[in-house]
Design a binder for this molecule. Structure first.
Ligand code: 5AD
Ligand code: SF4
Length: 480
């Protein structure tokens, strides 16, 4: 099929949205759409949105303002532009987007993007003047605008084109793979249970097939995605439910797949088996994103996290006992309603005790419809901002200290793509840091030893510590 139209997909938010955008693009290939990375070249634009914090939704509306100008230009030229809002803002706001942004043709949530070809068809057909109205003026044509925010009974994954070798090619040497979606935890601040729905795990066999196709196409590292990925409990090929640990063990056996990661986890779902997988599986990278949100038991209770700060400390001790070199990162919210100075100090204490190598820090943002949005005792904006800066400074210092501890050490680095400088490649350390190294482009896809020489702002600079991986290891995969 030759492409005669182009789609521009702008992705906001988490990695699951990155994966969803790829899958949306897969559904458009049979319709003749090729991807473009400029809005100006597009026939169809999809904003794949995030609703996790207020600013995320506001960014979408301002982007729609920019698109409105482009669409007006297109209307003058007689060339159309179809505009879709997908993802979590679409799910949460639905009709409201259609009302607030007349430029939008389609609104659909994360559970309905497999219906995208049908939605496009409905909008396209609707745009033609209706045959039953022969006297209707040619312009403005009747316009159909569609909203799909149901949680359909069918599973979208069953209705998406499978990720096969052809679709997997060109996605590079690292890939995301959604294994679980939605959340039943109901942290009081979070919209995810409402936008992504109840927790659902994909069957293990489907995930393994997708992973095999990715590996055959040259992918060396897969990050398993789920809002609550370690709660994974998909049907196994043997009839019983598989845990994430079981799934990881099966994935680690796929030839060519050298590295596995998973994100995002909940502390309550770090079971013994998963901790043991960190001990046993060389492919499972020694880096774990394990959000705790706060170090204060009072705030953790108000957030409905259902564990204490000490539970978390003990859990980290057990994980470190199994995998001593593991690096931890987290998510933190400051300024949750009722957070006192003492609560915040408890968060700083926990950060010092755990010794994170990085973390995402957020100012609490009330999300309509979540239980915390109704709580009194809002923390003044200036106080929340000051706490955010103090916490971020502590996290940054931890990130820097960790990077400094790596200088002079030799790390296995997965070479991913060309760097900015001539002759340079960029890869990833086991700890997810970008690593810059001089190496020939045919080494992309290889895991090479790199000695860290110096530090960039959020990256490492190093030199190849040996000339070659065992003969053929990467060449075979790159030509697969
Ligand atoms: N306000 C601020 N941060 C939030 N997060 C989720 N909901 C909110 C909110 N309402 C943060 C949490 C979560 C991460 C993905 O986003 O830290 O782990
Ligand atoms: Fe944003 Fe959460 Fe939706 Fe991901 S799942 S896009 S982080 S709201």
């Amino acid at each position: 099929m030759t492409a005669d139209k182009t789609v521009f997909i702008k992705t906001y938010g988490c990695q699951m949205n990155v994966y969803d955008s790829e899958r949306m693009s897969d559904t458009l290939v049979p319709l003749g759409y090729a991807q473009t990375d400029t809005l100006e070249a597009a026939d169809l634009v999809i904003l794949n949105t995030c609703h996790i914090r207020e600013k995320a939704a506001e960014k979408v509306y301002s982007e729609l303002g920019r698109i409105r100008v482009l669409k007006a230009e297109r209307d003058r030229e007689g060339r159309g532009l179809m505009v879709a809002v997908a993802g979590c803002v679409a799910q949460a706001e639905g009709e409201e987007i259609i009302r607030r942004a007349p430029v939008v043709d389609m609104v659909f949530g994360p559970q309905t993007y497999h219906r995208l070809p049908d939605l496009i068809d409905r909008v396209t057909r609707g745009e033609r003047p209706s045959a039953t109205e022969p006297d209707a003026p040619a312009a403005p044509a009747r316009r159909t605008r569609v909203v799909e925010t149901e949680f359909p009974a069918e599973d979208k994954f069953d209705h998406l084109p499978p990720v096969d070798g052809a679709r997997a090619r060109g996605r590079g040497v690292t890939a995301f793979l959604t294994v679980q979606e939605g959340c039943d935890k109901f942290c009081t601040f979070c919209v995810v249970p409402y936008t992504r729905g109840a927790e659902v795990s994909r069957p293990a066999e489907k995930i393994l097939a997708e992973a095999r196709a990715l590996a055959a196409a040259g992918v060396r590292e897969i990050t398993l995605l789920g809002q609550n990925v370690n709660a994974y409990h998909g049907d196994g090929p043997d009839g019983g439910a598989w845990t994430l640990a079981r799934l990881l063990r099966a994935l680690a056996a796929i030839p060519g797949l050298a590295r596995l990661r998973y994100t995002t986890s909940h502390p309550r779902d770090m079971d013994d088996d998963l901790i043991a997988a960190h001990r046993d599986l060389g492919a499972l990278m020694p880096y774990l994103h394990l959000p705790v949100q706060s170090g204060s038991d009072r705030i953790l209770a108000a957030m409905n996290r259902r564990h204490t700060a000490d539970d978390y400390r003990r859990l980290v001790d057990r994980i470190r006992a199994a995998r001593p070199d593991i690096a931890l990162s987290g998510d933190f919210i400051v300024g949750f309603p009722g957070e006192t100075d003492a609560d915040f100090e408890a968060t700083l204490d926990l950060v010092r005790a755990i010794d994170y190598v990085g973390a995402y820090t957020f100012k609490y943002s009330p999300r309509p419809g979540t239980p915390a949005a109704d709580l009194a005792d809002a923390v003044p904006e200036a106080v929340a901002t000051e706490r955010l800066h103090r916490l971020q400074a502590l996290i940054d210092a931890g990130e820097r200290a960790f990077a400094e501890s790596l200088v002079g050490r030799t790390l296995p680095v997965l070479l991913e793509k060309a760097g900015r400088q001539q002759g340079q490649l960029v890869g990833r350390s086991p700890y997810l840091q970008p690593v810059h190294v001089m190496a020939p482009p045919e080494r992309i896809g290889a895991i090479v030893p790199v000695t860290v020489e110096s530090l960039g702002r959020h990256s490492l600079n190093g030199t190849l510590a040996e000339a070659r991986e065992p003969a053929g290891a990467s060449a075979v995969r790159l030509s697969a």
